[in-house]
Design a protein around this ligand. Structure first.
Ligand code: ZN
Length: 115
């Protein structure tokens, strides 16, 4: 079973074909604070408890949820720069957990509307 991207509505799996297309897959960070920010960025809710989804050991995101300048080349491999938070998602959500955040479909970036 190849790893699959944990983002909502993202069908990408860690297959040789996808790697050949330039996709890369990145595990959730281990550092608590950063991990939490990734969880908030992903905006997945557990259907049962309606709480924020907790990423499992194999949880990862594909490179489509990051902007090009958030990667760096290291030993010939693309990797994420330190402290980067995923910001490119294809869904529209109103999230009121930490202020009102609106996803603008036009450019798929999120924008905080809080003052
Ligand atoms: Zn993805």
């Amino acid at each position: 079973m190849p790893k699959a991207c944990s983002a909502i509505n993202c069908p990408n799996r860690d297959t040789r074909e996808n790697r050949a297309r330039g996709l890369s897959f990145h595990s959730f960070p281990k550092a608590h604070e950063l991990r939490k920010r990734w969880m908030l960025a992903v905006k997945r809710i557990e259907p049962g408890s309606r709480r924020l989804w907790i990423p499992g050991a194999g949880a990862c995101l594909c490179s489509q949820h990051f902007t090009q300048d958030e990667f760096e080349l290291y030993g010939g491999q693309k990797r994420l720069k330190a402290g980067v938070i995923p910001s490119v998602f294809s869904f529209k959500v109103l999230w009121k957990g930490e202020g009102l955040v609106v996803i603008r479909a036009s450019h798929l970036r999120e924008e905080c509307m809080c003052m």
